[in-house]
Design a binder for this molecule. Structure first.
Ligand code: PRP
Length: 186
């Protein structure tokens, strides 16, 4: 094997949710969303960067209803033990106004719930026609802030997940499945 290839290759984390399972669930979520917004104009999908970019791309291409796509980027302060544990910072806003539009926030994972709670407050103050959430993964054992999850792909245990948009230190994001990263691979 050439050295460059060996440097690039990483051990593959064990599968938690396979490509086939993801594909099937994304298709059924898209059908749920199609039905929920049937007859409504002005649906805007807002993907939360970076983690949602693959899920959003697959979900949006499955929708048959008219929609447009926006992105927003946030970051948490990172110190979950500090008094600012629930603080989320806006890094990049959506490009166009969302007033009078039906907004669907698209997340890869809801963990503590702080990110989605922050985004619902931020975007809810902009007079959208409606504001709902769609997340591929939810870890209920980690909930600190309860947020309504209107469309949910999978409920998962409290394990470190990577792939399909989710990273560990920016690695594994483009794995085609959701893997469970064991401690020895971190
Ligand atoms: C992840 C994920 C959510 C957030 C959920 O983003 O994409 O946005 O954490 O966590 P919470 O429910 O505890 O707030 P991350 O901060 O890892 O950034 P990334 O999407 O850019 O990887």
């Amino acid at each position: 094997m050439p050295e460059s290839a060996s440097v690039r290759s990483m051990p593959a984390p064990p599968t938690l949710i396979s490509e086939d399972e993801i594909r099937a669930r994304v298709a059924s979520l898209a059908a749920e969303i199609d039905a929920a917004y049937a007859g409504k104009d002005q649906l805007v999908l807002i993907g939360v960067l970076k983690g949602s970019f693959i899920f959003l791309a697959d979900l949006a291409r499955r929708l048959t209803i008219p929609h447009r796509v926006e992105f927003i980027a946030v970051s948490s302060y990172g110190d979950r033990e500090s008094e600012h544990a629930d603080s989320v910072r806006l890094l990049m806003d959506v490009r166009h106004a969302i007033d009078s539009e039906h907004v669907l926030l698209v997340e890869d994972i809801v963990d503590t719930g702080h990110t989605l709670a922050y985004l619902k407050r931020l975007l809810g103050a902009r007079s959208p026609a409606s504001l709902r959430t769609c997340t591929l993964l939810h870890k209920p054992d980690r909930t600190e802030q309860v947020v309504d999850l209107d469309f949910l792909g999978f409920t998962i245990p409290d394990v470190w997940v990577v792939g399909y948009g989710l990273d560990y230190a920016e690695r594994y994001r483009t794995l085609p499945y959701i893997g469970e990263l064991p401690p020895e691979m971190r």
